[in-house]
Design a protein around this ligand. Structure first.
Ligand SMILES: NC(=O)c1ccc[n+]([C@@H]2O[C@H](COP(=O)([O-])OP(=O)(O)OC[C@H]3O[C@@H](n4cnc5c(N)ncnc54)[C@H](O)[C@@H]3O)[C@@H](O)[C@H]2O)c1
Ligand SMILES: [Zn+2]
Length: 353
């Protein structure tokens, strides 16, 4: 078992059978509620249901479209129905949707009950479950209603990933690559040296990737400064992800972010001194891991710019980016103008054409 201490809670990386027993040992809860979706109910719940004593399962439909206050109401109603009091525990067993929403629901129920995150996607293991951000979407606005609240523990078991569909695994992998690019050239070397990227979704690399996020979050718990580097690839990435929802085959989050990281590597070469050979290394790797992505939305410059303008970080035709000085070293609050932004979209278009 690998353990990371984060503020007032621990992230344990290792077999869930051990970590969950260790967590519950010596604690007594009046009620235990496990939140799952239809996939984690089948693939993940059987691994823990025999280890947590008497409990109630709340199953919600999977998907971002269900990360809403309406679903929270159903969760709260189920908690009321089983007469859960303040001394209960909520276990969020699922990907980032369950983790964000279940954590939010637990934090609001009776002004807050304990919750534990058991992330079951690669994205939620290395990213969403660490850092204390909880939220639901509101009237189409992503993560608009939420709060910062730490779980009591995060229990990460890479063996859950065995049942994840390959496209989801690959999508989450983009965040692992991002952690390497922004903080750790050694991780980058190890990840890129492996001929099959899938082999990197192992216990040791997941642990190292969480450690990167931990380091950044500990430095800046409420996103005042350094934490902005976690947005690397996400400025362009989010915009093209949003536009792709209007197409026949929307990008998965990590696919859009992979393209966003290439766009922002290009901008890094222009603005923060990323060396040309490192830019090429980054392009080659993303193209190898994410071949054949659609370029359909990349020429919609005005639509991309419109989306960036709505972001409160940006003002008057200038956009604020987190950019690389070199592989493993990222800086933030770098201004980029319309012309360079367009050029970066053209660059990504050429790479994937
Ligand atoms: N809080 C944060 O800091 C933070 C950071 C990044 C992302 N997020 C949020 O995370 C969410 C995305 O998370 P995600 O990518 O995990 O998506 P997800 O929770 O929708 O899971 C993806 C799919 O995989 C299925 N699944 C989950 N675990 C499985 C398993 N072990 N086997 C088989 N199927 C499984 C789910 O049912 C779902 O269909 C977004 O809502 C995003 O806003 C939050
Ligand atoms: Zn992301």
């Amino acid at each position: 078992m690998q353990t990371i201490q984060l503020q007032d809670y621990q992230v344990n990386v290792g077999p869930i059978e051990t970590s969950i027993k260790e967590y519950l040992d010596g604690r007594s809860y009046t009620h235990v509620v496990v939140i799952v979706d239809e996939n984690t109910a089948v693939h993940c719940l059987p691994k823990i249901s025999g280890l947590i004593g008497e409990h109630m399962v709340v199953e919600i439909p999977s998907g971002e479209q269900n990360k809403t206050l309406t679903t929270c109401e159903a969760i709260w109603q189920a908690m009321v129905d089983c007469e859960m009091d303040r001394h209960g525990l909520v276990i969020n067993l699922g990907g980032g949707v369950i983790g964000d929403m279940g954590g939010f629901a637990a934090s609001c129920y009776m002004r807050g009950v304990d919750f534990v995150q058991i992330p079951t996607t690669l994205l939620s293991q290395v990213d969403a479950s660490v850092g204390g951000k909880l939220a639901v979407d509101f009237n189409g606005l992503k993560n608009f209603i939420g709060l910062f609240q730490n779980p009591k523990a995060v229990l990460v078991d890479p063996s859950f990933l065995k049942t994840l569909i390959p496209a989801e695994l690959r999508s989450g992998y983009a965040e692992m690559v991002k952690h390497a690019l922004i903080q750790d050239a050694d991780i980058w070397k190890r990840l890129t040296a492996m001929s099959a990227w899938q082999d990197n979704a192992n216990l040791e690399e997941i642990y190292q990737s969480i450690k990167v996020k931990e380091k950044v979050v500990l430095h800046d718990p409420k996103e005042g400064g350094l934490r902005k580097i976690l947005n690397y690839g996400h400025t362009v990435g989010h915009a093209i992800e949003t536009l792709s929802f209007e197409t026949e085959r929307p990008y998965l989050h990590g696919e859009a972010i992979a393209m966003g990281m290439v766009a922002e590597a290009y901008l890094s070469q222009l603005h923060t001194g990323l060396a040309v050979d490192q830019l090429q290394e980054i392009v080659d790797y993303f193209l190898a891991v994410y071949p054949g992505l659609s370029t359909e939305v990349l020429k919609r410059y005005d639509a991309v710019i419109d989306i960036l303008k709505r972001d409160k970080k940006n003002k008057g035709g200038k956009y604020m980016f987190s950019l690389l000085k070199s592989i493993g070293d990222c800086t933030y609050d770098i201004e980029v103008d319309d012309a360079d932004l367009r050029a970066s979209l053209d660059y990504v278009f050429e790479v994937w054409s």
